[in-house]
Design a protein around this ligand. Structure first.
Ligand SMILES: [Zn+2]
Length: 141
C-alpha cells in the first residue's frame, strides 16, 4: 500500500451563532457589530476579538456588493466533489462587511456589482451566493 486517504471532519460549535444559520434558511445573511467598539464581523462572532465584549448587534447584510477577489476551483476540495464542474468562490464587500460566497456567473470581474442571496446546495447545506447584478453592471460598462 503506497498511500492511504484520511478523511477529516470538522464539527464547529454553532449554538451561539445559530441566528446566522437560521437566517440563511430565510434568505438572510447576517453579520454582527460590537455594541461597544463598533467592530464588524462576518462570519458573525458573538465575542468581540478587539475589545473582548460579548454585546453584539445582529445586522442583515444586503444591497449591492462589489467583488474584491475570486478564485475558480477546478479540482475539488474534500467534501465538494459533488459540484462536478469548476466553480467560483468570491469575496464581495457590502459596506464594511467582506463576505465570501459562491459566484453564480462564469468569471467575475473585480469591481463587479453583485446581489447577495442564500440557497441550498446539492447536499442540503445552506450557502451564500452572489448573483451578478445585471443593470448596474451595464451602467458600469
Ligand atoms: Zn468590540
Amino acid at each position: 500500500m503506497e498511500s492511504r486517504t484520511f478523511i477529516l471532519k470538522h464539527k464547529l460549535p454553532i449554538a451561539r451563532v445559530e441566528k446566522y444559520w437560521k437566517g440563511l434558511e430565510e434568505g438572510k445573511v447576517y453579520g454582527t457589530v460590537c455594541k461597544i467598539c463598533g467592530a464588524k464581523y462576518y462570519p458573525p462572532q458573538v465575542d468581540c476579538s478587539k475589545c473582548y465584549n460579548s454585546e453584539v448587534e445582529w445586522v442583515e447584510i444586503s444591497g449591492e456588493g462589489t467583488i474584491e477577489c475570486f478564485t475558480q476551483l477546478h479540482s475539488f476540495p474534500q467534501g465538494f466533489e459533488f459540484v462536478g464542474r469548476p466553480y467560483t468562490i468570491a469575496i464581495a464587500k457590502f459596506g464594511d462587511f467582506k463576505v465570501m460566497g459562491w459566484y453564480e456567473g462564469d468569471i467575475p470581474k473585480v469591481g463587479e456589482k453583485v446581489k447577495i442571496k442564500t440557497g441550498k446546495d446539492e447536499t442540503g447545506v445552506w450557502k451564500v451566493y452572489f448573483e451578478p447584478w445585471g443593470e448596474l453592471n451595464e451602467h458600469r460598462l
